[in-house]
Design a protein around this ligand. Structure first.
Ligand SMILES: [Zn+2]
Ligand SMILES: [Zn+2]
Length: 292
């Protein structure tokens, strides 16, 4: 196949949220950690990262309370354009400058959060700095659920950063796209998540898969089947939706269906990605990059 398939051929799809806060350690957080975790437990979340602002929250108690959930330590760097780092264990590095923080945590999952959060296009993470910092990140958030709630939309925010993603992908940057609730308050719950394909449900496997693109981002639409063979890619959704194959920043194919089949040998693009939408619910597979 001319493209690099980021997905494992088999495994278990698990639901993961890599960005969220608790009221104990983020002043903007409105829900205590235990209460929040109960909600995530109810929707079968397998992995939850706690990423408070400039704070690595101690998870020893919550891990005992919910032993079947994998909790990841982390933080949201908030002393400049924000980014999130999470892993099973995060050392205390917050006193360091951002580039040193990121390069000392190469094994962790590292992504830019809400890269273009303003609906009017006002700059937050500039394209220049995203490109300059690209080597330090596994990807960017392409959807931030907190910025999609009505209170935030009314004050000028937008949750959807697919445009920024396609610009960077078209310019040759190999970055993955994550979707997270960025949970602060009850309205943020269950708006955006990642379905990660892992061999075994362990923190190391989840981080590895999330760093290697073996996941899809979702706001409520689910994948039923994904089969990538020698030259074709077969995608089956759990329901009929509008599916788009995107490459080089443009739509190559668009159809309404529950199943999609693409002959990858016939398409020559630096990257290819598939997304589907039904009402306001979105699903984004990770890009397949052209093998050079
Ligand atoms: Zn916050
Ligand atoms: Zn946040």
């Amino acid at each position: 196949m001319p493209y690099l398939n980021p997905y494992k051929s088999s495994g278990t799809w698990i639901r993961c949220n890599f960005h969220g806060h608790c009221s104990e350690h983020s002043t903007c957080g409105k829900v205590p950690l235990t209460e929040k975790t109960k909600k995530y437990n109810n929707i079968n979340t397998a992995c939850l990262a706690i990423t408070d602002h400039n704070c690595i929250t101690d998870l020893s108690e919550i891990r005992k309370e919910f032993p079947h959930i994998i909790f990841l330590e982390g933080f949201e760097y908030s002393s400049g354009p924000n980014f999130v780092v999470c892993n099973e264990k995060i050392p205390s590095v917050l006193h360091l400058p951002p580039k040193e923080i990121l390069s000392s945590l190469k094994q962790a999952l590292r992504f830019v959060c809400h890269p273009s959060p303003f609906a009017n296009g006002q700059e937050y993470w500039s394209l220049t700095s995203l490109k300059e910092m690209n080597q330090y990140f596994d990807g960017i958030e392409i959807y931030n659920g907190h910025y999609g709630i009505s209170r935030m939309r009314e004050t000028g925010y937008t949750p959807d950063y697919r445009k920024t993603w396609d610009i960077l992908l078209s310019d040759g940057y190999h970055i993955w796209g994550y979707a997270n609730d960025d949970f602060h308050e009850d309205d943020d719950f269950n708006n955006a998540f990642n379905m990660v394909l892992v061999d075994a449900i362990t923190p190391a496997n989840i981080i590895k898969a999330a760093k290697n693109g073996s996941f899809y981002a979702s706001t409520g639409l689910f994948l039923k089947k994904l089969i990538v063979s020698e030259n074709t890619c077969f995608i089956e959704l759990c329901e009929k939706a509008k599916g788009k194959l995107i490459g080089g920043g443009r739509v190559i194919n668009e159809q309404e269906s529950a199943t999609f089949k693409f002959d990858l040998q016939k398409i020559n693009e630096p990257y290819l990605r598939f997304e589907a939408q039904k009402d306001s619910r979105l699903l984004c597979l990770q890009p397949f990059f052209w093998l050079t």
